[in-house]
Design a protein around this ligand. Structure first.
Ligand SMILES: NC(=O)c1ccc[n+]([C@@H]2O[C@H](COP(=O)([O-])OP(=O)(O)OC[C@H]3O[C@@H](n4cnc5c(N)ncnc54)[C@H](O)[C@@H]3O)[C@@H](O)[C@H]2O)c1
Length: 439
């Protein structure tokens, strides 16, 4: 079955174009890479299959990939994160875009099917749904989503899809976990660059981008005052630590729930209260999960929460806050605004879930600020170029972004901010490399 695009409403393209322009102004590194790509055409005649949040920042990335010579097929990496006006603008520019805000699970996988039908040479994923679909097709795994994808890809086998693929890249922590699990089982079929783990991504996008935008999502959905609130952040990794410090900056009293002793200790020494989920559930007013794990807030926690609490998730999938338990405990469930579902418990307490438990920064706000995505998506563009130049020598593993690319992105960002970097003298370089010079 073929379709060159599948979006909500093409007539929204005018607004989408203005939003992309806005993002582009804040993405100087990616646009400078685009200028080079437009001359060198490193992705000439290649097809890129991308499964990303369809946002204005992603639009700047796909324009860059096209300028490099690629034909881009883009599907949504989350059913609630697509900016429909941006999707329309991209289709208007001739991109193959598949996704809209509020798509069903079935439509989500059918859209992945359309991207796979293009038989891409490079995959760019956010959460590994595209890559895991390729692997499930290849290994003939029985799964509901695979039948949906096969409805679209038809006779095309996993083997045929795989034969064109040179390599791929992964944007987020949860995707990298999934890919490493495939690699551990010896089943990963092609090399994938873990863009998420580059320092110029994970030290900025995860804590600072998500830190700001997750709170933006909570505020846009509820207009609640953060100052003075009792906020519980579940997970003090890269994302959670950013959310926690920004909540504190806005005047909240912040408690951390962690399973990792080192990260729990970091939180404690950063001055946060550290508690179990059950203890924190009894006093928290706003709960934000950022663990990448399943059912971290569940039945026994909902049972002791106060009336009127706000529940939000910043982790990749909508599994961190157990919606099934919420439903089973409720005598009534009502949509109280575009972004809020209120669960009324048997005893009358009301628990408010934001954005259906999906990434609150994308479901209830606009996702990360463009300026931080400038770094993450520059890494994506440069990783695609790296794959094309090196794919014959890359192992079928999850591989790091080459150090020189990571440093280049940081250098370019500093330059774009008008900041100076100190240079080491030759004497200093020799000193740091020497074992001989001591006291
Ligand atoms: N919203 C966004 O735009 C966005 C951006 C980047 C990453 N993410 C997602 O956010 C999630 C977290 O990413 P990260 O980079 O911070 O990962 P991370 O591995 O650095 O941190 C996760 C933390 O959660 C802790 N944890 C795991 N299970 C827990 C539990 N049951 N209770 C309490 N703590 C628990 C871990 O010990 C770890 O410290 C992932 O799903 C990632 O894909 C979302």
């Amino acid at each position: 079955m073929t379709k060159s695009y599948w979006i909500k409403d093409l007539s929204l393209s005018g607004l989408g174009r203005k939003k992309i322009y806005w993002a582009e102004q804040e993405m100087p590194i990616l646009t400078s890479i685009r200028e080079r790509f437009s001359v060198e055409k490193p992705l000439k005649n290649l097809k890129i299959g991308a499964c990303l949040h369809i946002t204005k920042e992603t639009a700047v990335l796909v324009r860059t990939l096209r300028e490099a010579g690629a034909e881009v097929y883009l599907c949504a990496s989350n059913p609630l994160s697509t900016q429909d006006d941006v999707a329309a603008a991209l289709v208007d520019e001739g991109f193959h875009v598949f996704g809209w805000r509020g798509m069903s699970q079935r439509e989500y996988y059918e859209c992945i099917g359309y991207v796979l039908s293009s038989q891409p040479n490079i995959t760019i994923d956010d959460g590994a749904d595209l890559v895991s679909s390729i692997h499930k097709l290849y290994y003939n795994t029985l799964a509901d989503e695979i039948s949906l994808i096969k409805n679209i890809t038809g006779e095309l086998s996993g083997r045929e899809i795989l034969k064109n693929i040179m390599g791929g890249s992964e944007e987020t922590t949860t995707g990298v976990y999934r890919l490493k699990s495939l690699a551990r089982e010896g089943k990963l079929l092609y090399p994938i660059i873990a863009v998420n783990d580059a320092l110029s991504k994970s030290l900025f996008d995860n804590p600072i981008g998500t830190g700001q935008s997750a709170i933006d999502g909570v505020i846009r959905a509820t207009n609640t005052l953060i100052a003075g609130k009792d906020v519980v952040v579940v997970g003090f990794g890269r994302v959670g630590s950013g959310i926690a410090s920004r909540c504190r900056g806005l005047g909240a009293r912040v408690t951390i729930v962690e399973v990792d002793p080192i990260n729990a200790l970091r939180a404690a020494m950063d001055g946060f209260r550290v508690e179990s989920m059950l203890t924190a559930s009894k006093h928290g007013e706003i709960f934000i999960t950022a663990t990448g794990n399943i059912n971290v807030i569940r039945r026994e926690h909902f049972q002791v929460m106060k009336d009127g609490v706000i529940l939000a998730n910043a982790g990749h999938f909508d599994v961190e806050i157990c919606k099934k338990d919420l439903e089973e405990l409720s005598k009534m469930v009502e949509k109280t605004s575009d972004h809020i579902t209120t669960y009324v418990m048997e005893d009358g307490r009301r628990l408010h879930l934001l954005g259906d438990g999906r990434l609150v920064n994308l479901a209830c706000a606009e996702g990360h600020p463009s300026s931080v995505m400038d770094m993450s998506f520059s890494l994506q563009a440069l990783s695609a170029e790296y794959i094309v130049k090196n794919f014959k020598n890359l192992p079928r593993e999850v591989i790091p972004v080459p150090r020189e690319i990571d440093l280049l992105v940081a250098r370019l960002k500093l330059k774009s901010m008008g900041l100076e970097l100190e240079e080491m003298t030759e004497e200093q370089k020799r000193y740091l490399e020497s074992w001989y010079l001591g006291t």
